[in-house]
Design a protein around this ligand. Structure first.
Ligand code: ATP
Length: 286
């Protein structure tokens, strides 16, 4: 992992869309890392990625992606970024072969044979127009297009959503392989936390347009433990140490900082999903 610089830097980023306000004092993605954006529906993941790609214009603040502050008009930056967001940039009447030709004309370093290989690997019908493809097929076509011009940075919105388990695993493996090159960076949004747990070095949790937590994944998984406490011992737990809780009839399950686990509690390791659920339902993010 190369932590020489930042592939993405946002400062004072603000965007208002109807009643929704996105507000990030600071958000960064380190070069050579895989960074996951997690958040409930409507928390601002797609809006974030569109702002980074210049598909939306911010109301305030600075965005720098691979050193460019305006990637919409910066050819070099555009060549270095592969993205999939909401089917943006895909003329839906074209089939995968025609899309390949179009992208070849747009990207300097287009790798036609790798694109062909991905179409075959994904079992895609190269002659079926994009608009007639299933949701899963569309995701795969977008991924094949994003991965075939030797991009240094991938910005991917929900690349595994709508895919069957085998296809999801295939995509995770493909992205893992891509990330082995220390010059490659991925920013990926998803609500499938198990996918992000496999893939990411860093995770950022969004809630209602705000960054609640941004951390190295392994550090985060070490930071918390789940504890089962019988109802009879709950009064012995210092309330400030309970970061999240789920109460059952005879016992409660607490999310606690690892160093604050009481000696009478049986501590278990947590998954990213458990951390999010426990913190999101009235938990203490501090
Ligand atoms: N053009 C728009 N006009 C008004 N509100 C918008 C517009 N685009 C997005 N929003 C609102 O901004 C909020 C954030 O939307 P966004 O698509 O970024 O969320 P998300 O985290 O990607 O959600 P999901 O997981 O459902 O894809 C939502 O409340 C959405 O309704």
């Amino acid at each position: 992992m190369n932590k020489m610089g930042q592939a993405i830097i946002c400062k004072g980023l603000k965007k208002q869309l109807g009643n929704f306000t996105l507000d990030y004092p600071v958000f960064t993605v380190a070069e050579g890392t895989v960074h996951g954006l997690i958040g409930a529906n409507g928390s601002g993941k797609t809006t974030t990625l569109k702002l980074l790609l210049g598909l939306l214009r911010q109301d305030a603040g600075d965005v720098s992606v691979l050193g460019s502050t305006n990637i919409g008009v910066d050819d070099q930056a555009r060549n270095s970024i592969g993205f999939m967001v909401d089917g943006a940039g895909i003329p839906s009447m074209l089939n995968p072969i025609e899309l390949g030709r179009l992208f070849q004309s747009l990207y300097t370093y287009w790798d036609a044979s790798y694109y062909q290989q991905l179409l075959m690997q994904f079992h895609l019908d190269a002659k079926k127009p994009y608009r007639k493809c299933s949701r899963g097929m569309k995701v795969k076509i977008q991924l094949a297009l994003a991965l075939s011009h030797n991009a240094k940075l991938l910005i991917l919105d929900e690349p595994t959503s709508g895919l069957d388990p085998v296809s999801r695993d295939e995509i995770i493996t493909l992205l893992s392989r891509y990330s082995e090159d220390e010059n490659h960076t991925i920013l990926i949004s998803s609500h499938i936390t198990s996918d992000l747990e496999k893939l990411c070095d860093y995770v950022t949790f969004l809630e209602d347009g705000k960054i609640r937590l941004s951390s190295e994944k392994d550090e985060l998984l070490e930071r918390y433990r789940l504890i089962q406490i019988p109802s009879t011992r709950i009064a012995d737990v210092e309330p400030n140490t309970i970061k999240g809780r789920r109460d059952g009839q005879f016992q409660s399950e607490f999310l606690m900082r690892t160093e604050e686990v009481p000696p009478f509690g049986e501590a278990q390791r947590v998954t990213l999903e458990q951390i999010i659920i426990m913190l999101s339902v009235g938990g203490d993010w501090s």
